[in-house]
Design a protein around this ligand. Sequence first.
Ligand code: 1CP
Length: 343
Amino acid sequence: MKSAEKLMRRALAGESLPRPPIWLMRQAGRYLPEYRRRRAEIGGFLDLCFTPEAAVEVTLQPIRRYGFDAAILFSDILVVPHALGQKVWFEEGRGPQLEALRDAEDVARLSSAAMHETLAPVYETLRRLAVELPAETALIGFAGAPWTVASYMIEGGSSRDFATAKSWAYSRPDSFADLISLLVEATADYLIAQVEAGAEILQIFDSWAGVWPEAEFRRWCLRPVAEIRRRVAAAHPDIPVIGFPRGAGLLYRDFAVESGCEGLSLDTTLPLTWARDTLQPKATLQGNLDPLLLVTGGDPMQAAVRHILETVGKGPFIFNLGHGIVPQTPPEHVAQLVDLVRG
Ligand code: 1CP
């Protein structure tokens, strides 16, 4: 099947479909026993990302089980800092850890010179997926947005309040801007290379976009993503991009108008009638079931799914969660969700 004919691509082209396509953020991962087995065999998380045979396998696991309309490349947003020369490691149960950047000199030491070489296994994974996926399944490539990736680079891992990264941006905006520019350039090149390896759709995850006041949201989230989107379009005008400015609230509207993204992934908290009236005329919506309702299952999940389908399901729309699947999700609930949406 040609890319443009796949349900995901039709939805992103603005078509309203009789039933919405469905895929789930973090659809590969720890809630699946077959993922945990493969992960235990291979050892390190980055080894899993950089071993094409294994990364292809875990990408395909949820496709085999549930027949989602899209497969998302198995990798992580933090392969970019790794490829720029920063030390990144994953410890069981602790999440990602990085050797934190402290100042302008640390930023100046980063380099994209070896990036494509380091990321070559990711491109190989995409090439193999493009061959192995079922004909109707779209292949999604992705990257983190500059701000979200920068937050991990400065905080040295996950953060509750982003105090170190935000303070740097407020007190030393010039060196912070240098880091964001480097990430804009590297991320655009990385996404373009993913398309050349077979990605048919791209998603840009700005998971921590919701922590900024308006002016800083525009400067550090919206403008960098719009610049990446512009560069990808210049190289590959036919590839749609889904933006995910999680937590941006009313600023989702500015993002819809100015980012250039065809798709808008809605977080769990965004009011759906507002999204339908304000955002859906401008972009294909994706979302936004609470991942914890997928853990709960049963009537509460069914009622929420019905509400989403009734409000924004007429399209253009892609069914998804409002954030990634959590590890305690029962795999049977995912099967029930897929039946319900396709029902
Ligand atoms: O132990 C393990 O097996 C590692 C758990 C894990 C997995 C399965 C991590 C570490 N990353 C991933 C895969 C991953 N990460 C994918 C591909 C799988 C899929 O979607 O099916 C994708 C798209 C991501 C993206 C990602 N990584 C984001 C953006 C989306 C989001 O959830 O907000 C972020 C913020 C990360 C950082 C990261 N990597 C890993 C973890 C546990 C985290 C989150 C840490 C935190 O909450 O701060």
